[in-house]
Structure formats: structure tokens, C-alpha cells
Design a protein around this ligand. Sequence first.
Ligand code: ZN
Ligand code: ZN
Length: 219
Amino acid sequence: MIKHHISDKLLMAYSAGTLPEAFNLVVATHISLCDECRARLAGFDCVGGAVLDQRIAPAALSSGALSATLEKIKRGDGGGTAPDAPVTAAHGDTVLPGPLRSYVGGGLEQVQWRSIGGGVRQAILPTSRNASARLLHIPAGTAVPDHGHRGLELTLVLQGAFVDETDRFARGDVEIADEDMEHTPVAEAGADCICLAATDAPLKFRALLPRLAQPFFRI
Ligand code: ZN
Ligand code: ZN
């Protein structure tokens, strides 16, 4: 059972197409696992469509704004959009949902992991650079160094679970962290934790060593 969902604010921004690609990817991946958020998104899409109809109809008569808008949509202005979320995972590898598979070029076995120390591995995904997305592999029982945030951080669990100062997060759960939050996520014993994390600003690490390594790992 998914307990931690995408906020209204983020779902609306996703529906409006104003999120950076990395955040789009987290939202699309969560939605592919979560009926509840998929239904809420459909609501926002309806409202957005109605607003857009009212906005473009009069303008189109006078200035060709409709075709300009359609052209803009076709070009994908506004941060890039993750592919629409298929509802079911592909056969075989069930850890990576559909929206993620196209970024990785397949399943978990295709992921190009790199060690970032302490047993933690990451794979940076190709998105537009205004925010970054990465897969994290955290061995069971291991902690990610404690850190704060300069911007927004979305972390979606794909396998296993992690616990931090706020709660427990398992497959499908999203943690939304911002400037006000400092935490030390620890992967639960039992299974390695695999997450998809997106950030729009570098993290603030307390300890010196992770701070020194930050530029190399683009965290
Ligand atoms: Zn949800
Ligand atoms: Zn964090």
C-alpha cells in the first residue's frame, strides 16, 4: 500500500507541463504505480483543458495564437515531458516501471551504476539540466550521509524501503523534501533499497567528506 503521494501542487504543475524533466519523471513513475494519484491527475487534466479551451478560443480568431500554442506544445517548451506512464510494468524485470525503462534503456540489468562511496551506487539519468534525476542503490542497513536541501528533492522508492526522521518509505512512496528539511535516510535491513531521486539544487552535506565528493557525483 502506497502511503506517501505526490502533492496537489506538484500534480498540478505536472498537468500544466511546467515541471523540469527530472521531476516529471518521478511524477510519471509514481503515477504508473499509484491509482489514487492517476485519478487525481485526471481531475487536474480536465480542469487544465477547460481553462486552456477558454483561453485560446478568442485569441485564435484574431492572431493565430492557437497554432502558435500548438507549435509550442509540439516543440515541448516548458521543461520537457516524461513519456506517458504505462499502467503495467514490462515482463521480467518488475523493479523499474515503464516511464523509467526508456531512460535506462531497459530494466535494472541495463543500469550503469557508479560507486559514490559507503557502498552506495548511483546512475545519473539523461534529463534537461535544470534538475537532475538519478537512481540510487543503497545496500540494506546503510545510511546516506545526513544532508539538507537547497531546493526540492523528490525520492521515489522502487525496491526495499528506507526510514528517516520523518517516516518509513517503501515501494511507490515518494518523499518530498525542501529547504526546511534535514534528514538521514537509512535503507532497511533485509533488502537493498533502490530509489529514483530528483533534485533541482545541490544537497547540503554536514560531513566534510561527502561535501568534497559532491562536485564529482553531481549530487
Ligand atoms: Zn500516489
Ligand atoms: Zn534528502
